[in-house]
Write a protein that binds this ligand. Structure first.
Ligand code: IVH
Length: 702
């Protein structure tokens, strides 16, 4: 027998111990208050670090004096108890289920109201019945038993008569009070739903995937938040349950001290919920008092709209007769109350299989993997496609052809694969990899560093991007082709009249005039605009090509620096990097664009069609930072190869020579430099190492 059993809560001897006792009580009280602010009110009054400090102080006190440990101590939320099996719990007041109105239309609510009125023998002259309309949370029902204000037992519904004792796990749920204020009755069972928020669910699955990837045995992902919540509640190891983020909403009560025993006296369901809320239980803000069938229908419709914005899943709403004396009068049939009904919404998640994973090319060249699904009715429509967004996302969720997946369609949001049911994966289903070439035009598909999306580099050539390309080309700030609007571009491309930009300049009057909403006059005007656009400027033309990352300003800089289109088309990435505002990503993008034969062909075809601009000279060599500098490279450089150093130096205007003379400005000498270094020293030519070269390449002369 421990000292605690012997002495119960009797004061401890000695002033130090008394102080500890008082401090422990104070800490418990503080932590209860702040946990309530944090978990239930979502309005913390303390920074997390301060809460943690108080928490650790209490933990330390309890460790030093185990007799201070109370069952309602917040330190008991962290779990730790491991069970062989759950004990059975006999519900003293059965946990009922509710009849579900399967009709998801408004008539479901009307039928319920009509039934209630009939049972209560109300006539048409009687006023509308008042109802409490609640959300139907998609979790699992829980009964929380409080004796003398302390949480003593948490039990699942089970078959309604007998459930399981899951107290250790439920203690870990921050939103559930471990202790009630003194105003609460000596005996109270609060009933409600344990659930998992969607964001917590996603985070949990993310963690589970990481564990699986790390090869930890027995780990799996969860199909949906309800499953994850149920799994957590039924954990035999409460330490594991504590790691699973659960939440709670109260919506009713069970066994309770009678009025004679000092129990609460409630007239309505709504009043009871308000009281539960005042005792620290989370009650959903949406819970409303409404009047008659019209009020119910209004709530059903409003929640259907708000449903997608909720941070947790609901599968419908619940209507309850507000007056408790009427609830009593209405009673039960079998195990369902006649005073309540659930009114469902169409399911937002369903299971189906992945038939294939296609890759679609968007107007901007973005490659999107799309799971083609066996048709499934979800969120009110038949879904056959679900976007996988990009390769990283497809890999993260590890969706494979042949997989059974959970598909979610919430509101008007495009359908999504939530997760894969791994147990049902066929053997040797291959992992998804993004193709290296555009499925539409065969051009290289690339993913830039730091970006999630692959893009087709086909630009002008790719038919998937053609409309966008034409539209951009015609843009006021590009070739400024007035009268070539979006709708017309769509038609011309769809009808095959414009396959490449150059086709624009071969359009016939009859063709244009035959387009939708095109009068002969506008067709004539457009032809004139096209003709006029042939007198272009290099910056406008460059911008009009729609090279990724080349905006107007960059186009101007490129034109100024190189003077001629041909020079830009052959410039190396290093040479491009010398242009103000051009960084590695832009340089790479320009280089890749002109490396595609298709793109060069389109440029040629445009020139052949008569497009021209005045070309200037490249920036005079004297304007370049290393103009007039002659460099000799020798030995093995650390920072880059000799060829690369040469390219970079030349791009800055330096001359790179093979032999050292009195005219040599610098000799850059790497490891094992031989005779050239000797000669430089003999002639007094400055010798640079890698650091000196780096300075040169920044345009500084060491
Ligand atoms: S009331 C006597 N209210 O739906 C009525 N149940 O079959 C008892 N549920 O598993 C239930 N949200 O866990 C009620 N606002 C709500 C609810 C709700 C979800 C669940 C409950 C039970 C099922 C009812």
């Amino acid at each position: 027998m421990s000292t605690r059993d012997l002495f119960g809560d009797a004061p401890l001897n000695g002033s130090g111990q008394e102080r500890d006792l008082a401090r422990a009580a104070e800490l418990r009280s503080l932590l209860h208050h702040h946990a309530h602010c944090y978990y239930t009110l979502d309005a913390p009054e303390l920074p997390d670090s301060e809460y943690d400090r108080l928490f650790r102080e209490l933990q330390a006190l309890e460790a030093a004096h185990p007799e201070l440990l109370k069952p309602d101590s917040p330190t008991q939320r962290v779990g730790g108890q491991v069970l062989d099996a759950f004990a059975q719990v006999q519900h003293r007041v059965p946990m009922l289920s509710i009849r579900t109105e399967t009709d998801t239309e408004a008539s479901g609510a009307e039928a319920f109201d009509a039934r209630v009125r009939k049972e209560l023998t109300l006539s048409e002259a009687d006023p509308a019945v008042q109802y409490v309309a609640e959300l139907k949370f998609d979790g699992l029902a829980m009964s929380l038993r409080y004796e003398d204000g302390l949480l003593v037992q948490a039990a699942t519904r089970g078959d309604g008569e007998t459930g399981e004792d899951v107290t250790a796990n439920v203690r870990t749920i921050g939103q559930i009070p471990l202790r009630l204020p003194s105003a609460a009755p000596a005996l109270l069972e609060v009933r409600g739903e344990v659930y998992m928020r969607r964001d917590d669910f996603e985070k949990l699955n993310e963690r589970q995937r990481a564990r699986m990837a790390a090869g930890i045995k027995g780990e799996k992902t969860f199909v949906n938040p309800r499953n994850a919540a149920a799994g957590a509640v039924r954990q035999l190891d409460s330490g594991i349950a504590a790691e699973r983020p659960l939440s709670f909403f109260a919506y009713g009560w069970g066994d309770m001290a009678s009025a004679a025993e000092g129990g609460p006296v409630w007239d309505t369901h709504f009043e009871a919920l308000q009281q539960l809320k005042s005792w620290g239980f989370p009650v959903a803000d949406q819970t409303s008092c409404v009047l008659g069938a019209a009020g119910l229908v209004g709530f059903h419709q409003r929640m259907a709209r708000e449903r997608d914005a909720l941070p947790y899943d609901i599968d419908g709403v619940v209507y309850k007769v507000n007056r408790l004396d009427w609830q009593l009068q209405l009673g039960f049939v079998t195990r369902e109350p006649r005073w309540a009904v659930a009114h469902k919404y169409p399911a937002q998640e369903e299971m189906t299989t992945v038939l294939s994973i296609d890759v679609q090319v968007g107007r901007t060249g973005k490659l999107t993997p799309v799971a083609k699904l066996a048709p499934v009715f979800v969120g009110g429509v038949t879904v056959t496609n679900a976007t996988l967004h990009n390769e990283l996302e497809a890999r993260r969720k590890d969706v494979r052809v042949g997989d059974t997946v959970i598909v979610r369609r919430a509101g008007d949001v495009i359908p999504e694969v939530v997760s894969v049911v791994l147990d049902r994966r066929p053997a040797d289903a291959p992992q998804f990899t993004m193709m290296s070439h555009c499925p539409v035009c065969g051009s290289l598909a690339e993913r830039e560093e730091g970006e999630a999306d692959h893009r087709c580099t086909g630009g002008l050539f790719c038919s998937a991007q053609r409309k966008q390309a034409v539209w951009h080309f015609a843009h006021r700030r590009a070739m400024d082709i007035e009268g070539l609007g979006d709708k017309l571009v769509d038609q011309l491309v769809d009808l095959g009249q414009v396959k490449t930009l150059a086709d624009l300049y071969h359009l016939k009057l009859e063709t244009l005039a035959s387009m939708d909403r095109m009068a002969e006059k506008s067709a004539v005007n457009l032809l004139e605009a096209l003709e006029k656009s042939k007198q272009a400027t290099l910056p406008r033309f460059l911008f009009g090509l729609g090279i990724r990352h080349v905006g107007e300003a960059t186009a101007k800089e490129l034109a100024r620096h190189f003077g001629q289109l041909d020079a830009i088309m052959v410039a190396s990435e290093d040479a491009l990097l010398q242009v103000p505002d051009v960084g590695p990503i832009v340089a790479h993008s320009i280089r890749t664009f002109f490396d595609q034969a298709h793109n060069r062909e389109v440029v040629q075809a445009l020139r052949d069609a008569g497009l021209s601009w005045t070309e200037g000279d490249a920036l005079a060599p004297t304007e370049m930072p290393l103009a007039g500098v002659t460099v000799v490279l020798t030995g093995t450089l650390q920072s880059m190869g000799r060829d690369e150093a040469k390219d970079q130096l030349e791009a800055l205007g330096a001359k790179v020579s093979g032999s050292v003379s009195k005219k040599t400005s610098y000799v850059v000498a790497g490891a094992e430099a031989g005779s050239k270094l000797d000669k430089a020293q003999a002639l007094g030519v400055p010798v640079l190492d890698d650091a000196g070269l780096a300075m040169l390449l920044k345009g500084d002369k060491p």
